[in-house]
Design a protein around this ligand. Sequence first.
Ligand code: GTP
Length: 235
Amino acid sequence: MQYKRILLKLSGEALMGNLQYGIDPERLQEYAQDIKAITAKGIEVAIVIGGGNIFRGVAGASKGMDRVQGDHMGMLATVINGLALQGALEDEGIPTRLQSAIKLNEIAEPFIKRKAVRHLEKGRVVIFGGGTGNPYFTTDSAAVLRAIEINADVILKGTRVDGIYSSDPEKNTDAVKFDFITFDDVLQKGLKVMDTTAFTLSQENELPIIVFDMNTRGNLMKVVMGENIGTKVNL
Ligand code: GTP
């Protein structure tokens, strides 16, 4: 087994499945089952989830909405997704705790690093909702921040593409996929893995990122078992 403790970053959009917005229960169940499979191997799993299926902060801002208000709506969206994921995981029999970066005491525990780590040690999946609790930060930044705080071995960024390409594979047929790439190369080549704030935070803390296709069943297990799928960003 390659990793003892992972931080899984899921995009909100991925939860839509084939829907236009909201949460596809089938997709949610698939994710829960894939996560269950890796917890069964004794891997400690923390999750940060985006909120783009419910609300896109930046899109709202570009339509004249105040950025801070938009980001607050986005944070609440991540808590909604966190609750949905918690429900799906519990349906699979996996003990789960939801911790929120913003105070929502009736709904979720507050984020407390030491408590989060204890939950993980006890085999509970910990979902971090509310992003970083601050506007102007993405959920990718939240994922990196939480991963560093809980000493995760790696960030697994589950997306709908199967890795990092030399150019956009949906536009260029000659785009080449990288198996491994350094942080410096990503920056030099101007590739998009995460926003710059999140990416440099990961680099400065020497936290590797693996980008992989989470929508193919079983991929999550392959990644944690060290199979060479997706793209690994390392020092
Ligand atoms: P242990 O310390 O291992 O006993 O962890 P635990 O999470 O089982 O114990 P705790 O008594 O802290 O929590 C029991 C339940 O209450 C869990 O489902 C927690 O997620 C939940 N919980 C704890 N604190 C809060 C809170 O501030 N708000 C909300 N909504 N739930 C909380």
